[in-house]
Design a protein around this ligand. Structure first.
Ligand SMILES: NC(=O)c1ccc[n+]([C@@H]2O[C@H](COP(=O)([O-])OP(=O)(O)OC[C@H]3O[C@@H](n4cnc5c(N)ncnc54)[C@H](OP(=O)(O)O)[C@@H]3O)[C@@H](O)[C@H]2O)c1
Length: 323
């Protein structure tokens, strides 16, 4: 495992573990997963040196936090636990109360990273950050983070907090490269962190899925990347990823993760549906791409033009009726 050199007191592994899947109906992995596999995934992650664990109050309506907390047990104290508040009522007293509730579900005294899950479109971050500041003062929160924030709003959140907002958790992968525009340069030059979510594009970049074999859960039924036409369009990109993978005796998923980690301020939090996937994802931290490989993957990614937004709606509706 490789770790980020950030001055946060605890080590942050460059591959972390995302736990939206834990106890979530949307992913549909079932009770066997929530009751046993998730626990085994966390324990194996700890053995392999993973120190970054990401959850949120909204995942499985609190179940993910509970499952993660139980699986970590006393080891929670030595790793970096990150959770998120959904800012529906973004005022300081609510922020404080929700942090206590998350810590209770996780069974921990301190949230190493407390993130605002997404920007509230109507209310700016002043009172949320007042709550965050109070939480930091009493020691319930270590670092403050945001998620799905533009650079401008990230910086405004820092101004409101009066100190650094350590991280911005955003979608970042070979099929979602907008963070390259300004978030990554800012993080790299200011000692901040970009936490890459959906680094495998929810499994698309594993190369496992195609028109004839599509994943069946509701998360991916609502993701236009898994529409048959887009799976066809992704073929060349997957082939390019596979070519690099072959040169490293690795899998496409591992190369997709190594590509994300090529940028120094990035940590990735792939989810895992099995212990084997977790092991494979952790091993990706040790793959170093050459500059040439990195550029070849960029070029293949530049050529991928999925149908998204409004144009994808009819396909998504059709797909829904077929399931
Ligand atoms: N802040 C936010 O708004 C936000 C949004 C989304 C996610 N997140 C966080 O980011 C985490 C990861 O994102 P994500 O779950 O959306 O997408 P992801 O990590 O890109 O994809 C996870 C899925 O990919 C497949 N997979 C994982 N490892 C694999 C491997 N080694 N080989 C083949 N397939 C593999 C598994 O699905 P199958 O085996 O079923 O194919 C797994 O459930 C979440 O758990 C959550 O913590 C945050």
């Amino acid at each position: 495992m490789r770790y980020l050199s950030a001055d946060v007191g605890k080590k942050i592994s460059r591959i972390g573990l995302g736990t939206w899947q834990f106890g979530s109906r949307d992913w549909g992995y079932g009770e066997g997963y929530a009751g046993q596999v998730a626990h085994a995934v966390v324990r194996r992650a700890l053995e392999l040196g993973v120190t970054l664990f990401d959850t949120a109050e909204v995942y499985g309506f609190g179940r993910s936090e509970r499952i993660l907390g139980q699986a970590l047990g006393e080891d929670a104290a030595s790793v970096f636990v990150a959770t998120k508040i959904l800012p529906v009522v973004p005022v300081a007293p609510v922020v404080e109360q929700r942090a206590v509730a998350s810590a209770n579900r996780l069974g921990i005294r301190r949230l190493d990273l407390y993130q605002v899950h997404q920007p509230n479109p109507l209310v700016r971050d002043g009172t949320t950050m007042r709550g965050m500041r109070a939480l930091q003062r009493v020691g319930l929160v270590g670092e403050v983070g945001v998620s799905n924030y533009s650079l401008e709003r990230w910086q405004a959140a820092e101004a409101a907090l009066g100190s650094r907002v350590l991280s911005n958790q955003v979608r970042y992968s070979l099929v979602a490269r907008s963070p390259e525009r300004d978030l990554l340069p800012f993080a790299e030059s200011h000692g901040r962190i970009v936490i890459a979510y959906s680094p495998l594009a929810q499994g698309l970049l594993s190369g496992r899925y195609n028109r004839a074999s599509r994943p069946g859960n509701s998360v991916r039924a609502n993701n236009p990347l898994f529409l048959p036409d887009n799976l066809d369009r992704a073929g060349d990109l997957i082939a390019a990823v596979r070519e690099v993978a072959d040169a490293h005796a690795a899998t496409p998923a591992q190369i997709a993760l190594a590509w994300v980690l090529y940028r120094p301020a990035v940590v990735a939090i792939p989810g895992a549906s099995s212990v084997e996937q977790l092991e494979s994802n952790v091993a990706a931290a040790d793959i170093e791409l050459t500059e040439q490989e990195y550029q070849a993957l960029q070029a293949a990614s530049d050529q991928f033009h999925p149908v998204v937004g409004r144009a994808a709606l009819p396909g998504l509706v059709r797909a829904r009726f077929r399931h």
